[in-house]
Design a protein around this ligand. Structure first.
Ligand code: HEC
Ligand code: HEC
Length: 290
């Protein structure tokens, strides 16, 4: 009878912790946010329009190459990184891969209005302007032409690292990616990005561990959801590109993950064998006592 009472007390307190305290603490530490949304239906994107890449090529040459390089299409950078960072606050990305890594609706919305598309209205008050002018004055079919052109020159496949470099490295370093070579330092010098963003974006080497995959997907897709008022703009990646960025962050920050996971089977086997020996030993001791 006494044992049953003890069991009841243990069950009661474990239950209270498991179903009461833990979910409550979890909901406070990790408030629920909506799942990532990769159609970017909240922005004024392509609205179903399809464009003409040949016309888009002319529009891009006339409007975009003063700031952006497109190396593969024969538009080298006009300034080196240091001068570009000093002029714009951040090194403008090369547009050769934009059509692959960004969602097409997001891309159209970004070209029309970079502030709205990146959900950074709160930063551009009191006459502050975004370093990239919006092209809302263009016809919707011209915006669609630009998107069609960017898609036509983009590679069909990219490595995880290449996606990270083009999507994140103009602002973030990920030094463990190549600690001694130094090639994974942020492209924009700290003092310039600080003036532009208000803070120096953190080094992302260990964020896969401190934040985890779920948080990273929600955050990259819409930073405001987790950190309201944050300086980080929404980047507008496709689901596939976002998966690649996170895969790269895992390769860099948690390189032993596959090895660790492959140990689970042998480790459980060890526990089972160990439990059998422990039980045999206990049986032997009690045999001697009786
Ligand atoms: C006056 C300079 C300037 C011009 C002109 C310009 N851009 Fe940009 N663009 C920038 C800067 C600076 C950034 C980086 C902004 C940031 O990271 O916050 C940028 C970022 C981008 C991005 C990345 C979007 C993202 O979500 O990260 C794309 C795509 C882009 N521009 C396309 C274009 C296209 C297409 C044109 C021409 C129609 C164009 N830009 C014209 C300066 C410019
Ligand atoms: C235009 C610059 C810019 C780009 C591009 C950018 N970020 Fe950021 N990011 C920031 C800034 C600024 C912060 C710091 C935000 C703050 O402190 O409010 C930040 C913060 C973060 C954080 C920390 C969030 C937290 O919970 O503390 C993560 C993770 C992150 N960025 C991931 C990424 C990834 C992945 C990419 C590429 C897909 C990316 N960022 C692209 C500017 C940028």
């Amino acid at each position: 009878m006494r044992e049953l009472k003890i069991l009841a007390v243990v069950v009661f307190f474990s239950g209270a912790l498991y179903w009461g305290v833990e979910p409550f603490a979890h909901s406070k530490l990790h408030p629920h946010v909506e799942a990532p949304e990769y159609t970017f239906s909240d922005v004024d994107g392509l609205n179903g329009a399809t464009g003409d890449a040949t016309k888009g090529a002319e529009l891009v040459a006339a409007n975009c190459t003063a700031c952006h390089s497109i190396e593969k299409a024969g538009f080298p950078a006009i300034m080196d990184n240091a001068s570009a960072a000093a002029s714009y606050g951040v090194v403008p990305p090369d547009l050769g891969t934009a059509g692959h890594i960004y969602d097409e609706n997001f891309l159209a919305a970004f070209i029309k209005d970079p502030i709205k598309a990146t959900k950074t209205e709160h930063k551009y008050v009191d006459g502050k302007v975004h370093p990239m002018p919006g092209y809302g004055w263009m016809q919707p079919n011209e915006i669609a032409d630009i998107v069609a052109y960017l898609k036509s020159i983009a590679p069909k496949t990219m490595s995880n690292k290449e996606v990270f470099v083009d999507a994140c490295q103009r602002c973030h370093s990920i030094k463990y990616g190549d600690f001694y070579g130094g090639s994974m330092a942020a492209k924009t010098p700290d003092e310039n990005i600080k003036t532009y963003m208000g803070v120096v974006p953190p080094d992302l080497s260990q964020y896969i561990r401190s934040r985890g995959v779920g948080y990273l997907h929600e955050f990259i897709n819409n930073p405001q959801k987790h950190l309201e008022g944050t300086a980080m703009p929404r980047v507008g990646l496709t689901k596939a590109a976002e998966d690649q960025v996170i895969a790269y962050m895992t390769e860099v920050g948690d390189s032993k993950k596959p090895e660790r996971e492959s140990l689970a089977g042998p480790f459980l086997g060890y526990l089972v064998i160990f439990a059998i020996f422990a039980w045999l030993w206990k049986a032997k001791i009690w045999r001697e006592v009786h």
